[in-house]
Each structure stands twice: as C-alpha cells, then as structure tokens.
Write a protein that binds this ligand. Structure first.
Ligand SMILES: NC(=O)c1ccc[n+]([C@@H]2O[C@H](COP(=O)([O-])OP(=O)(O)OC[C@H]3O[C@@H](n4cnc5c(N)ncnc54)[C@H](O)[C@@H]3O)[C@@H](O)[C@H]2O)c1
Length: 438
C-alpha cells in the first residue's frame, strides 16, 4: 500500500532512507532545517558523499515521490533521523531529537506511526518522545504507534546495507513494533526482530560499545608490548589463530560519530556501573597523547625545530569524514610541542597545515606519521619522498607499511605497539655478532 512518509533530518541516514522508501513507491516528504539541503534535494541533488545515493535520489525526485521542505507535513508515518551528538562534557545532546519530535506534533493524526531512528540513550523513546507526542491528544500505543528502529549502516555502503542488514524494531507496545516492521518490510530483505523500544536503544549503543571496548583492549595491549619490548601486531596475529579469539587492531585513537560517542550515553546514564565502558573510552581517548609522547622520544636526538608530516586525518580510511577524528587532537598536541606540521589527506579539502602535494608536505620533514591507512598511501615511493626529508623516519600507527621496504629506502621505522626501532636494533645486534666472530 502506498503510504505518505515524513522523514525529519536528511543526512547520512534520513536521505538514503527517504530515497529508498520513495523508490519503492511511497510518497516521501523530506524535512530538513538546513535550507541548502532542501534546495539541493528538490533539484535532485545531494550535498553528502555516499556511493550511488545521487542516482537514487535523482530518480526518486524525478518520479515525484520525494519532495523536500523545511517544515513537516501531514503523513501516515514519521521518521526522526536527526543528529545525537555529545556535548563537550560527554553528555548526550538530545536537543535535535526534542525539536524534531515537537515539530511533528501539530501534524499527527489517529493511526499514525512515529519512529525514532537516531541513536539514543535508553529511555529516550519512552521518557522523552512519548510525553512530547502526548501533546497531540492522541492515545499513545492505541491511536498513535511509537517505536525506535536504530540504524546500523556503514558509510560507503549505506544503500546495500539498508536493504540487507538485519533490523531491530523496538515498539512502546507490541502493536507499534509490528506496524513499524510492516513499514520497513517495503525494502528490508533481511530479518527484522521486534522488541521493546528501550531494548532496541540499548542494542544499538551496545553494538558500538562492544567494538569500542575491544579496540581499547588492543590499544592497551599495544602499550603493554611497547613496554615489554615485543610486537603487539604479532601477538594479535598469533592469538587470533585461536578459534575463539578475535583481538581487534590498535591505532592512534577511535573517532567517528558512533564508536566515540554512543558509549558515553551509557556512561552518562549509570556512571557507577559502566566501569569497563568508561575505562575503554578513556583508553581510546588516551591514544593521541600516546602517539605524541612517542613522537617526542623519536625526536630526542634531533636538534632545533622539528617537522612532522602526518599522513591522513579522517576518522577511518578511504572516506572524507573527520567527525571526532583522534588525529585532529594529535595535530593539536604536536602543535603544542611547537613542531612544524604538514598534513596530507587525499580525501580532505580543507584543514590547517593541509598540503595537496606529498613531496611539498615532506619537504625538510623529520618524521612521517602514518595516522590513517588510506589506500592511496600504499603507492608512496619512499626512495623519492625520502630525498625531500631532513631526517628519514616513519612512525606507523597502523602497521601499514613494510618495515624492510622502508629500511631499504633509508628510513628508520617505528611502529605503534612495538618498542623503539626494532629493525635497526636487530641490524646493530647482527653487526655486533659479526664483530665478535672476527
Ligand atoms: N551516519 C551514520 O553512519 C549513522 C549510522 C547509524 C546511526 N546513525 C545515527 O543516525 C542519526 C542521524 O545521523 P546522520 O549521520 O544522518 O546525521 P547528519 O548530521 O548527517 O544529518 C542530520 C540532518 O538532520 C538535520 N536536522 C537537524 N535538526 C533538525 C530538525 N529539528 N528538523 C529537521 N532536520 C534537522 C540536519 O540539518 C542534517 O541535515 C544520529 O543519531 C546518528 O548517530 C548514523
């Protein structure tokens, strides 16, 4: 049946969801407070980067099934897909969700569905959304069906994952959950599991927390191995040969709007109980400083002003998203040490110290820090790049480069999760042995 769906918030989640419903025959009213988004959409254009989304949106707009506005309109179902960031003091900022819920109240009618898609702290649907919707005068759960259906898509493959990912549908009652499930069955080809709204909220936060905690464990292992004098990456590789072990990868920190944010929602709610979660967040947040401290050690024998060239500043490889990227903090910390800084990131258009040309960025540099393992960095010619540098040193925070290749190009190679410059130490030891044999 053709439904009228009003989607509030047309970003990475709301826009693909709108286009998906529209391309499956529903009439979609897209709402965003950002006029630029609305104007672009009504011309069939998008202002975010996501593969194939432009094509889907253009087709949806051309068909007449998708139109954008700055205010909501009457509909059969309302989907809220607005941001849920954290404040500076690591508390959930629910102002967008509150405003979006308030904005739809005048348009609600008997039989409508309201679905919160934004990742939210437990109790949001029941204790924040429901009281706002009650202002419509409709009986919640009987005349107005309400629930939470969190989104699990991965940027870069959102369209595929919207269709093929499993979905959790949490209703404030059973009827709400079933009605929401029916709506999503328009395009979801995978399993959909119904539960309560609060359980669905906790599931979404816990999925990201699981990953954050496991990365923290890997980061702790990296620090332990640096201290003991062994290679954390080798430990991980060998441990993961165990059939029931899967240690994650260490790195210079955890970023993005999910892993670095959602665990704080749990900590905020029950700080006295969420001990492991808090410690993991703090561990991951400590990594930029750890990288900075190791940089200082690498520089200990270099006189005068030192220059660092950072490769990559996004929060993960091969995308342009810098939200909550730990590398931004690393840049600030290195600035505080008064190092000269240059940054190369093929995905980023504008940021301080950004240099388009790799050779220019490396000119007179003393150290390259591989911060993000963008595919583009695989092809670096270190023989050529090394000629530009004052000191040929590489600090690899992702175990991305081959130690021996770099060494052949004259680089000293330092690895996060491994003490000092293992390769050079090995060389010296080997030479000592030869000397003794003589
Ligand atoms: N992006 C992801 O990969 C992803 C994955 C899973 C879950 N989520 C969650 O989905 C939610 C939305 O995230 P996003 O990445 O789409 O955010 P986004 O920042 O890309 O888009 C949000 C949009 O909402 C608009 N907006 C803000 N307040 C509004 C209001 N009151 N009325 C109408 N429009 C409003 C903004 O202008 C913006 O265009 C968040 O809770 C996020 O945590 C995101």
């Amino acid at each position: 049946m053709k439904e009228k769906i009003c989607v509030v918030g047309l970003g990475y989640i709301g826009l693909p969801t709108s286009a998906m419903f529209a391309s499956h025959g529903h009439e979609v009213i897209g709402v965003d407070v950002n006029e630029e988004v609305v104007k672009a959409l009504n011309k069939g254009e998008i202002i975010i980067e996501e593969p194939y989304l432009d094509i889907l949106v253009q087709a949806a707009v051309t068909s007449g099934n998708l139109k954008a506005y700055t205010e909501p309109k009457e509909a059969d179902a309302f989907i809220l897909a607005v941001p849920t960031p954290i404040t500076k003091d690591k508390k959930a900022d629910m102002t967008y969700v509150k405003k979006a819920a308030e904005a739809i109240v005048p348009y609600l009618k008997k039989g409508n569905l309201v679905i919160l898609e934004s990742t939210s702290p437990t109790g949001t649907t029941q204790d924040l959304i429901v009281p706002i919707l009650e202002k419509s005068g409709l009986k919640i759960g009987e005349e107005l069906y309400v629930g939470h259906s969190p989104e699990r898509v991965l940027p870069g493959q959102i369209l595929m994952e919207l269709v093929h990912n499993n979905r959790i549908i949490g209703g404030i009652n059973k009827e709400s959950a079933e009605k929401i499930k029916e709506l999503y069955s328009t395009f979801v080809k995978s399993e959909m599991y119904t539960t309560t709204a609060t359980t669905a909220e906790m599931c979404k936060m816990m999925e990201n927390t699981f990953r954050d905690v496991n990365i923290a464990l890997a980061n702790e292992l990296a620090k332990l191995c640096e201290n003991i004098g062994i290679n954390a990456w080798e430990v991980i590789e060998l441990c993961n040969k165990h059939p029931r072990v899967n240690i994650h990868q260490p790195g210079p920190g955890v970023g993005g709007h999910c892993l670095a944010v959602d665990p704080w929602f749990i900590v905020e709610k029950l700080p006295e109980l969420a001990n492991i979660i808090k410690l993991s967040r703090d561990t991951n947040d400590s990594m930029p400083e750890h990288v900075c401290k190791r940089t200082e050690k690498i520089f200990k024998d270099i006189e005068g002003t030192k220059k660092v060239t950072i490769l990559g500043i996004t929060y993960k490889p091969n995308i342009d998203d810098m939200r909550e990227s730990p590398i931004l903090e690393l840049v600030d910390l290195l600035e505080e040490k008064n190092y000269d800084i240059s940054i190369v990131d093929p995905y980023v258009k504008e940021y301080k110290h950004l240099e388009k040309d790799m050779k220019k960025a490396a000119k007179d540099s003393d150290l390259l820090i591989l911060a993000v393992n963008h595919n583009d960095f695989k092809g670096i010619n270190f023989d050529e790049l090394g000629k530009e540098m004052r000191n040929k040193k590489m600090f690899d925070t992702r175990n991305y480069f081959d130690q021996e290749t770099l060494s052949k190009s004259g680089f000293e190679y330092y690895l996060l999760g491994e003490k000092g410059n293992q390769y050079i130490v090995d060389q010296k030891d080997a030479l000592k042995e030869i000397a003794v044999t003589k």
